[in-house]
Design a protein around this ligand. Structure first.
Ligand code: HEM
Length: 501
């Protein structure tokens, strides 16, 4: 009996071992290097590790296993191709985009999740293509210009609040303040809501937003159950949407109703309504993609996609300026000249401030909030110049952080040098090696808005105060959980008022 049990065990272990060997030889058979795997998991634990950020693992693979621009990893038994070469990235994201139009999405069968199911970032194929083309005119430079004054109002509140805090406290948590600034800006631009979250005691808007970014244990379990058994999930009456979604839905519904009566602010809601009218006009017989429900979904998406990313960028930028006083001085000089020339902070002035642009771009190079990009292959594709085929349904990923820190493209990659992006130096930047907003037709739709928001926030702050590192808090600790690259905790800075606009 013991012998039989032992033999069965040996057979079982051997079968498991052989199965793993077979599954994890996918990349070796194609001549693509891959790091050692863990049975069953592949590299899943490394990519999801909370001990170190995902970008640390990506960087190791990029440096040690990248051969001819490609490396292979496995999420369980599923092979994922890491594309590291800028030309290959261009081909996949731009030139041959029709093979890679999709991203990983979560489509829930539950009615309560309709709002999430309709978000631009969470749909694929023709539905995405149509919605993206209807929404794209909303994000042109001209439309951004009309929203400039809304953003400026919020940046003024950010400065006033931060200076008032600096007068009371030895150091100010700028991660918090920038978070409230982006929150107020989104409330104003995407919901038509004037919320003063930097002033009010217990503001409602942030209270409703925060749960979207809080992946507590209960929510995590729900997600895992949903991924494993979506039908059972529905039968059990579960859904992924948060209760707080109702708040945003009703704010949007009320605002849409008042806009239809003629109130206009030039914000995203107005623009989406314009896009909706345009869609009906140009395609009266076709099923409308941007109906009211879809507008509400996109407004909520703007919070999810725009809040943490922009707040984090601002926090890193302020930290880097405090750490590099010469760069801060040069930026202030440029801004003072611009203010003198334009009579204040204007859209035109901000667009002309090339060092300011360099500061934001260099911040995004050192700390890209999205440290990797992903596409799903929709049609079999042979990577040009190789015999590696990406099959339909497989994923490719781009290690953004590793490319942004590669000395081959960025001499002294860890040094903060905004000059890299000045017009006269742009020729030294290799194409497709600075990709914080992704690239191609499915890049960040709100890239211009995000840049404007970040530039205005930093410009107003640097004109009003000298930013200094807080003693004992000179080094920033990065959060290792979650998908975004951001500071782990507060970001304390000293703010010395300059008494000049
Ligand atoms: C500094 C701030 C931001 C950064 C670094 C950033 C970065 C990104 C990245 C990397 C992607 C994926 C692109 C790709 O796969 O090629 C993306 C997508 C997206 N972003 Fe942003 N983003 C920022 C701010 C915003 C803001 C403020 C909004 C909304 C107001 C926004 C809305 C979106 C949307 C809707 C998508 C999905 C586009 C699609 O699937 O067609 N982002 N963003």
């Amino acid at each position: 009996m013991v012998l039989v049990t032992l033999s069965l065990l040996v057979i079982l272990v051997a079968t498991f071992w052989l199965y793993n060997k077979h599954k994890f030889s996918y990349w070796a058979k194609r001549g693509v290097p891959s790091p050692p795997t863990i049975p069953f998991l592949g590299h899943f634990t490394e990519t999801m590790s909370t001990k170190q950020g995902r970008w640390v693992f990506d960087n190791e693979v990029y440096r040690d296993y990248n051969k001819n621009g490609l490396a292979g990893i496995y999420a369980f038994y599923s092979p994922i191709l890491l594309v590291c070469d800028p030309e290959m990235i261009k081909n996949i994201f731009i030139k041959d985009f029709d093979h890679f139009t999709d991203r990983r999405v979560i489509q829930s069968p539950c009615e309560e999740d309709k709002c999430m199911n309709d978000m631009l970032s969470n749909i694929n194929g023709e539905k995405w293509k149509t919605l993206r083309s209807v929404m794209s005119p909303t994000f042109t430079s001209g439309k951004m210009k009309n929203m400039f004054h809304l953003v400026c109002d919020k940046a003024d509140a950010l400065v006033a609040f931060s200076l008032a805090e600096a007068a009371k406290k030895s150091s100010v948590d700028m991660k918090f303040n920038f978070g409230r600034y982006t929150m107020d800006t989104i409330a104003s631009c995407a919901f038509g809501l004037e919320c003063n979250s930097l002033v009010e005691e217990d503001p409602e808007f942030p209270r409703k937003v925060i749960p979207f970014f809080d992946m507590g244990i209960q929510r995590m379990i729900k997600f895992i159950l949903f991924m494993m058994a979506p039908k059972l999930f529905k039968i059990l009456g579960l859904y992924l949407a948060l209760e707080e979604t109702d708040f945003f839905v009703s704010v949007c519904e009320e605002t849409l109703a008042s806009r239809r009566k003629g109130t206009k602010r030039g914000d995203f809601l107005d623009l989406l309504l314009e896009a909706q009218a345009e869609e009906v006009l140009t395609n009266p017989s076709k099923k409308q993609v941007l109906d009211d429900d879809a507008i509400i979904s996109q407004s909520i998406l703007f919070i999810i996609a725009g809040y943490d990313t922009t707040a984090t960028t601002l926090a890193f930028a302020a930290y880097l300026l405090a750490k590099n006083p010469e760069a801060q001085h040069r930026l202030r000089q440029e801004l003072q000249d611009v203010v003198e020339q334009h009579g204040g902070i204007t859209y035109q002035g901000i667009m002309e401030s090339k060092y300011l642009e360099g500061v934001i771009f260099e911040t995004l190079r050192l700390y890209p909030p999205a440290p990797w990009l992903e596409r799903k292959c929709t049609k079999d594709y042979i990577i040009p110049g190789t015999n590696v085929t990406v099959n339909q349904g497989r994923y490719i990923q781009v290690p953004v952080w590793a490319i942004h820190h590669d000395e081959k493209y960025w001499p002294e990659p860890e040094t903060f040098r905004p000059e890299r992006f000045l017009p006269e130096n742009k020729k030294n930047v290799t194409n497709y090696t600075h990709i914080p907003f992704g690239l191609g037709p499915r890049n960040c739709i709100a890239m211009r808005f995000a840049q404007m928001e970040a530039k205005v926030g930093i410009a107003k702050l640097v004109l009003a105060a000298d930013l200094k590192l807080s003693p004992g808090k000179e080094e920033i600790v990065l959060s290792t959980g979650g998908f975004l690259l951001k500071p782990e905790k507060e970001l304390f800075l000293l703010l010395e008022p300059l008494n000049e606009e």
